[in-house]
Design a protein around this ligand. Structure first.
Ligand SMILES: [Zn+2]
Length: 412
């Protein structure tokens, strides 16, 4: 018996709790370095008894598109969320996409909930909460969805749980801290034991990964904290998949200054009479740790007859690795055409793309820039706590296959 969700078949009967964790910004090297320092015994045991493969993220390798891909099982061409916001040239409006009205597909949670399952979803940042919780009903004691960021504002009506801070004995963490992710993990352990969900999703935040490279003492502390909680989760008989929304790479020159190509400035210089709008879908209200610089950009070209000339001009820039018109890019990377620019660009491994230099305030960047968004950050860990999935014979795996494999393992 299968439950069809967004053209994929999930087993409608699962025999143990399914737990999927999106470990934000966790480039494989973070796990490797923490393991080499012997800080992750529980994770090491899971990998030994299960599988550790490398999957691809959805493109752009940003947080929201990938979280929503993971919870719908499909890329953004299907669910519509391809960045933090999209631009409409006819109205000259930039619209934030953190509201469920922009979601074009049901979540796996909603579909399992409708057939009677118990669901728990915990996210670090509140910007994802309403998308992740869309379609859940909190008045039947079968669904919980909240963020650690706004854990002090939870109500039964909106979140299925209240007084979270007292319950967990943890105050609201600082938004820029490891605490936000630690809160998610600790709450996940407690909810698994007390609420006993059929399906649980935990989504951390990449504050630590934006600031510290793999093997850094503070990064290692983060993975040690993660490992402690993974051990407590995996003490239960669960079907577990750990993956990431995207990787994370250093984007600086040898002096530690950000490496960025400012595309709007470059195009203005080459085509002084023309108008361009460069959209950076990484931009969000939490810009402190990346200054809105990522490795993916969309360009809107006012004079449509110029598109192929502009593509040709950008192809000359060595730091831009991938430049395509909308149709090519949407087909290659499964993006929604109506929310994509006329041209899509991705930068090289150590570069980012900006709009205009004057529009980026980099003064709040305290550490050397680390960021993501392009092809070099799409390789992500994909860890399963069992070998029952036959995953190694399945060709390219995506992070948005996480619930597919976790539910199938739970059905065995
Ligand atoms: Zn992220």
């Amino acid at each position: 018996m299968y439950l069809e969700i967004n053209q994929r078949n999930y087993p409608s009967k699962i025999n143990k709790p399914v737990v999927v964790i999106c470990l934000d910004g966790s480039q494989k090297e973070y796990l490797d370095r923490a393991s080499q320092s012997k800080l992750t015994p529980n994770l090491d045991k899971i990998v030994k008894e299960g599988e550790f493969i490398l999957a691809h993220s959805a493109i752009p390798s940003f947080t929201n598109p990938n979280n929503i891909s993971i919870v719908t099982g499909q890329p953004s061409a299907v669910h519509g969320i391809c960045g933090n916001f999209f631009y409409t040239p006819s109205t000259n409006k930039e619209v934030m996409m953190n509201d469920p009205q922009y979601l074009r597909a049901p979540t796996i949670f909603q579909k399992f909930y409708e057939q009677g399952s118990k669901i728990a979803v915990i996210t670090a940042k509140d910007k994802l909460r309403s998308l992740l919780g869309n379609g859940l009903n909190y008045n039947e004691n079968r669904a919980i969805c909240f963020s650690s960021e706004k854990s002090d504002q939870t109500t039964i009506e909106q979140n299925g749980i209240e007084k979270v801070n007292e319950w967990l004995n943890m105050p609201v963490p600082e938004v820029y801290s490891q605490g936000l992710s630690e809160f998610v993990m600790k709450a996940g352990v407690k909810i698994l034991n007390e609420f006993k969900p059929d399906i649980m999703y935990l989504s951390t935040t990449d504050f630590i990964q934006h600031k510290y490279e793999p093997g850094h003492e503070i990064a290692n502390q983060f993975y040690q904290m993660f490992d402690d909680n993974i051990g407590l989760l995996n003490d239960n008989d669960i079907s577990l998949v750990i993956t990431a929304d995207h990787g994370m790479k250093a984007k600086t020159n040898i002096n530690g200054d950000p490496n960025a190509i400012f595309l709007e400035d470059l195009l203005k210089e080459k085509f002084p009479q023309e108008n361009f709008k460069v959209i950076l879908p990484i931009t969000d209200p939490y810009v402190v740790h990346h200054g809105s610089l990522g490795s993916f950009a969309m360009i809107y070209v006012e004079n449509q007859s110029l598109i192929s000339n502009v593509v040709a001009e950008i192809q000359k820039v060595p730091e831009i690795e991938e430049v395509m018109n909308k149709q090519e890019a949407c087909s290659a990377y499964h993006l929604p055409e109506d929310r994509s620019g006329d041209i899509i660009c991705m930068s090289s491994e150590s570069f980012t793309i900006g709009s205009s230099k004057s529009k980026h305030d980099l003064s709040s960047l305290k550490e050397p820039l680390r960021s993501h968004g392009g092809l070099h950050e799409r390789e992500v860990p994909f860890i399963l706590n069992s070998t029952k999935s036959d995953i190694t014979n399945q060709g390219q795996i995506y992070n948005y296959d996480a619930f597919y494999y976790a539910t199938h393992m739970a059905n065995k």
